[in-house]
Design a protein around this ligand. Structure first.
Ligand code: FES
Ligand code: FES
Length: 175
């Protein structure tokens, strides 16, 4: 069939499971996760890389899945909000518990992206990555004060304005 040149099986590990969806080469990772793999946690907000609702972890680093072609993720380890686990391997992740306890959402549309972003942000900070507000020469890993948390999560927008409680939830987990 002529259209088959536009489709390939793409081996991925998604939330610890090996998957090999046959994807259209023009499909984004977000669309493949939601429409082919039935993982609807990651949300389509802007579809332009501007809101962070689609954030997932790709090989442990946060990424806007609306900007990634699925075919470019061959062999990658993808973690969506459905796959978040604590250090003991059990769900929910401590950040998910903290979000519930702090009431860090209203409509919840941005929440899966906020959670994946926060998990990725904690790992990036632990690995010594500076942010835009980190003082040059600051000791690493940088202490995550409110300014650091806000800056490092600034790629994730919340139309409901749940930001204060999101920051408090992250603070609960790092204490
Ligand atoms: S849907 Fe991907 S950044 Fe908005
Ligand atoms: S909780 Fe509604 S968009 Fe963030």
């Amino acid at each position: 069939m002529a259209t088959e040149v536009f489709r390939s099986a793409v081996p991925l590990t998604v939330n610890g499971e090996r998957r090999s969806p046959v994807v259209d080469h023009r499909s984004t990772l977000l669309d493949v996760l939601r429409e082919q793999l039935d993982l609807t946690g990651a949300k389509k907000g802007c579809d332009h890389g501007q809101c962070g609702a689609c954030t997932v972890l790709v090989d442990g680093r946060r990424a806007n899945s609306c900007l990634l072609l699925a075919v470019a993720c061959e062999g990658c380890q993808i973690t969506t909000v459905e796959g978040l686990r604590g250090a003991d391997g059990e769900a929910p992740h401590p950040l998910q518990r903290a979000f519930v306890e702090r009431d860090a959402f209203q409509c919840g549309y941005c929440t899966p992206g906020q959670l994946c972003s926060a998990v990725g942000m904690l790992a990036e900070t632990a690995a010594g990555h500076p942010s835009h507000v980190t003082e040059p020469g600051a000791k690493t890993p940088v202490a995550l004060d409110r300014d650091e948390i806000r800056e490092r999560l600034s790629g994730n927008l919340c139309r409901c304005g749940a930001y204060p409680h999101i920051v408090e939830a992250v603070e609960d987990v790092i204490r």
